[in-house]
Design a binder for this molecule. Structure first.
Ligand code: FCB
Length: 488
């Protein structure tokens, strides 16, 4: 691994390097609002212990170039494992006071249990203690995710989330972490985006375990994730009563392609129920229910029912939002009861073809998530936006030239989405923090290294870090706690 640490911070006060005209304005965010950035371990760490031993399903999957669009790998990623101190300095110099990271389950628990005895890797615990302690010393609040898409390979071999044993092992992992690191964690997230995980891994087959159209398997995985989430929620609270625990949910508002077509309206309804409400509704009610028309399939009917300790197992809402989605009914084979994502785009798109739609964020904060903003006993659940960001694309080694430091589109994206959040707060919604995806360019799963979400550009061959204009804009907003006017 290259130990040549290069960081370019040409101005620690983060003044705009070019023509960004920032005018003071009075759109202040609530006192104590958290401004942060989000990451996940596999996408940034390049953890040599994991990579050299291929300890996780993702480290094996991503080692096969045919699985990754640009044939890159995550073996090096951002070398965060070695460079975390520098990267936390970057976070502070951007005036940020919150950091979301995930823990490398496969590296912490590298071997299956013998009998009921599970050995943990103390070196990895020490590493995360250092990351979390350093964050604390810098007054950075931490959001710690326990499962961000990567399984220890020994569990993947036994069926991963299709096997209820994974829910049991996940709970054991949560207990270990709560005991070893709990004093340094501010916010817990059990599972990241269960629906994305299940869809990409079991339906599309572009993530491990790589099943295509595996509907029953995808649902079994979701059920086991609900079981694991509920048990982990309980276990963390048994260790620390005051812990703030939730799960991270991606919200994708759906709209029909043809507003007057009843079949388009029907699939829009079902997609929304499935992809947005399935998991939150189960957590709210304690009961797994498959939405119409999936509840007509007998294999899925047998999965419905109550799940122990699930009801109300969320202390806050963790919302990830990137885009809305236009959907339509299709008769093409294979017949899909939830319809298809439409090719139609009516708004500007990012490099992944995702429409940029800040108004959908306002709607989901003020309407779609409303019924989950309180527990069934009436307890208020504050909202943290735990992912939101803009993708651009250019070569991993920058060989095709790099225009991306002047990232006007990301600046516009950031500002317009913060306007929506500001408006939602004004409308009375209790939003307490915003964490941008992502601090650094990183390994974007099946897309590889070319897709860039970072406020900070990574030049992978040298690992040089450089602030983009969006980082400078964000630093101004976070530093003033004010949605300053921004004009190009
Ligand atoms: C989310 C994932 C995150 C990242 C962003 C772009 O769905 O949680 O790891 O890949 O999308």
């Amino acid at each position: 691994m290259d130990n040549n640490f290069i960081v370019i911070i040409d101005d620690m006060n983060v003044k705009p390097s070019q023509e960004i005209n920032l005018k003071a304005h009075t759109r202040s965010f609530p006192h104590g609002f958290l401004w942060g950035a989000s990451t996940s371990h596999f996408q940034i760490e390049g953890n040599p212990f994991e990579i050299n031993n291929r300890l996780s399903d993702w480290s094996i999957w991503a080692n096969d170039p045919s699985h990754i669009n640009d044939q890159s790998s995550a073996d090096q990623a951002c070398e965060f494992f070695d460079r975390y101190a520098t990267d936390l300095d970057l976070l502070s110099s951007l005036n940020l006071n919150a950091f979301r990271l995930s823990l490398n389950w496969a590296a912490i628990c590298p071997h299956p249990p013998i009998g009921n005895d599970l050995k943990i890797n103390k070196e990895m615990i020490d590493y995360y203690r250092k990351v979390l302690q350093m964050s604390k010393d810098k007054d950075i609040k931490t959001f710690v995710t326990l499962f961000h898409f990567c399984l220890p390979q020994w569990l993947a071999q036994e069926g991963g989330w299709q096997n209820e044993k994974t829910a049991y092992e996940f709970t054991r992992f949560a207990k270990i972490i709560a005991n070893e690191l709990g004093d340094l964690v501010d916010f817990w997230q059990t599972i990241n985006e269960p629906l994305s995980y299940s869809y990409e891994g079991f339906i599309k087959g572009v993530w491990p375990p790589g099943l295509k159209n595996g509907y029953p398997q995808g649902f079994i995985a979701l059920r086991n994730m609900l079981i694991g989430h509920a048990a982990a929620y309980k276990a963390i609270h048994e260790i620390s009563k005051a812990a703030q625990v939730s799960y991270a949910m991606i919200w994708r508002p759906f709209i029909p392609r043809r507003i007057t077509n009843p079949l388009d309206l029907l699939v829009t309804y079902s997609r929304n129920k499935m992809f947005n409400h399935f998991f939150p509704m189960a957590v709210q009610s304690g009961y797994l229910q498959c939405p119409f028309p999936l509840n007509l399939f007998s294999e899925l009917q047998s999965l419905a029912g109550p799940i122990p300790d699930l009801k109300d197992s969320a202390d806050y809402l963790s919302i990830n939002y990137y885009t809305r989605e236009i959907c339509e009914f299709s008769l093409n084979a294979p017949f899909l009861p939830l319809g298809i994502r439409s090719d139609l785009k009516t708004l500007p798109i990012n490099a992944l073809g995702w429409e940029i739609c800040p108004s959908a964020l306002l709607k989901l904060l003020t309407i779609d998530t409303r019924s989950y903003q309180k527990s069934t006993t009436g307890k208020d659940r504050p909202i943290y936006i735990t992912e939101n960001g803009y993708a651009s694309r250019f070569s991993a080694d920058l060989s095709i030239g790099d225009w991306s430091l002047k990232d006007e589109e990301r600046c516009d994206f950031l500002h317009s989405h913060l306007v929506s959040i500001y408006e939602a707060i004004e409308a009375g919604i209790n939003i307490k923090g915003y964490l941008h995806w992502s601090l650094l360019d990183n390994f974007e799963w099946a897309e590889g290294l070319q897709i860039r979400f970072g406020l900070v550009r990574i030049a992978y061959p040298t690992q040089e870090r450089t602030f983009r204009d969006s980082a400078r804009l964000y630093a101004k907003i976070a530093g003033s706690n004010n949605l300053i006017d921004y004009k190009k």
